[in-house]
Design a protein. Sequence first.
Length: 102
Amino acid sequence: MIMVEGWVRFAEGEVEKLRGAATTMMQATRAEAGCLHYAFAADLAESDLMRISERWVDEAAIGAHMKTPHMAAFNGAIGGAKILGVSVKSYEANFLRTMMGE
């Protein structure tokens, strides 16, 4: 399993402008083969910070995801936003333990 975790810091008000595009992106991506989890979230303490959380079955699934029309559309949407900083990293996961809940 490949896990992707990161953040994007936007200029004030940009996250709200991207809400529709981000929601569309999440819904389309969650339907992709190989996608186990895909979410964007606004940070509760910093409203202009978008958190990114993804889980994929393998690198091939991520590669296919990067070529989708909805990825291109989302890249176009964020291309028009003022980004102040970004960090997104992928990790190969070989251990999974439930900490709470399911």
